[in-house]
Design a protein around this ligand. Structure first.
Ligand SMILES: NC(=O)c1ccc[n+]([C@@H]2O[C@H](COP(=O)([O-])OP(=O)(O)OC[C@H]3O[C@@H](n4cnc5c(N)ncnc54)[C@H](OP(=O)(O)O)[C@@H]3O)[C@@H](O)[C@H]2O)c1
Length: 319
């Protein structure tokens, strides 16, 4: 009996592996639109797809980002400005892409643009802190996806949504985890609904990587703003040592786990665009595979205890 189980498992793994390695033969007629190409993963992905022969349509937030990407790539790569929180800006980008792709339609949409700050204890947040992050990471992704669906259906294309391990395990307060959980849900429903039209949807869940999103100075600066604007009563309940201790622990952890090798993430994005059978989910980075993802399957109380042990404790705690 166990021998049969082992044999079936090995056969399943071999079939999965061979299927996963099958790639599309040519990218020359394939158009891919990427948001957030100024820096980080989006910037690297745009350059790499350009080298591979894709028609890259790179969405940048700033003119400076667009200019420097254009200078570093072939004339085949084209840039446009897009702010994913602005409906008019999205509409203009869709019209521009429609003209660029012509009859071919859009083969790939990579929803990469994202922001993180402020991240910190939930009680320190104001509602606008959630709205600001979700405007980009949640409603930006949803509005951009909906707007591009006709062009994606035309090409039987793919959507690649950049979530995070923090879309599986809520490790801190603020809009970031909430926004990434919503992307997981949106992507799952989009994948099921678009199945009938041949549009595939993949989710990339990176661990922690060294980019502007994980920049310690900006994380600390936005956290300090929250701390400085807190009511004296709330501040007293945490105690004056809490803020420096929190920053110290956060910096210590981030310095250990942030991986400088961004290609671990762009490799997943590329696979989702090049493979004959893109995966539903990609875990990018060792911390994602061996720490965050397994932890997300543990009973919640174990993760609660681990985080409560690692993070500093408020001065006026009751336990
Ligand atoms: N780094 C990590 O550890 C990590 C882990 C998991 C998931 N992620 C996700 O990966 C994605 C890329 O982030 P990254 O790490 O590469 O950081 P990044 O370098 O800051 O990239 C984010 C990009 O989004 C752009 N952007 C910000 N607001 C925008 C808006 N309203 N409209 C259009 N573009 C906007 C930024 O433009 P500017 O540079 O001009 O501001 C930047 O180019 C994000 O979705 C992030 O949540 C990152």
């Amino acid at each position: 009996m166990w021998l049969y189980v082992l044999l079936v498992s090995c056969l399943w793994a071999a079939v999965w592996y061979l299927r996963d390695r099958q790639m599309l033969s040519s990218f020359k007629d394939k158009y891919v639109f990427i948001t957030g190409c100024d820096t980080g993963f989006g910037n690297m992905l745009a350059k790499r797809l350009d080298k591979k022969g894709f028609h890259v349509l790179a969405g940048c937030l700033t003119l400076k980002g667009a200019d420097s990407l254009q200078r570093a790539t072939s004339p085949n790569l084209r840039t446009t400005l897009i702010d994913v929180t602005n409906s008019e800006s999205i509409r203009k980008a869709v019209e521009w892409v429609r003209t660029e792709v012509g009859e071919k339609g859009l083969f790939g949409l990579v929803n990469n643009a994202g922001v993180a700050n402020p991240i910190g204890p939930t009680e320190w947040m104001r509602i606008d802190d959630y709205r600001k992050v979700m405007a980009v990471n949640t409603f930006g992704v949803i509005e951009v996806s909906l707007a591009f669906l006709p062009l994606l259906k035309q090409a039987r294309g793919r959507v690649v949504n950049i979530s995070s391990v923090l879309g599986r395990l809520s490790g801190n307060g603020g809009g970031y985890c909430v926004s990434k959980y919503t992307i997981e849900a949106f992507s799952d429903s989009l994948r099921r609904d678009m199945y009938h039209f041949g549009v595939k949807v993949s989710i990339v869940e990176p661990g922690f990587f060294k980019t502007a999103v994980t920049n310690l100075e900006s994380i600390e600066a936005s956290l300090r703003q929250l701390w400085d604007h807190m009511t004296p009563e709330t501040r007293r309940s945490y105690g004056e040592d809490f803020f420096p201790n929190y920053v110290k622990v956060q910096n210590f952890i981030m310095n250990i786990i942030c991986d400088p090798d961004l290609s671990k993430v762009t490799n997943c994005m590329e696979h989702a665009l090049q493979a004959k059978h893109p995966r539903t989910r990609y875990s990018a980075g060792w911390d994602a595979k061996f720490l965050w993802l397994p932890a997300s399957y543990l009973p919640a109380f174990i993760v609660d205890i681990a985080l409560a042990t690692i993070l500093p404790k408020p001065a006026h705690r009751v336990r």
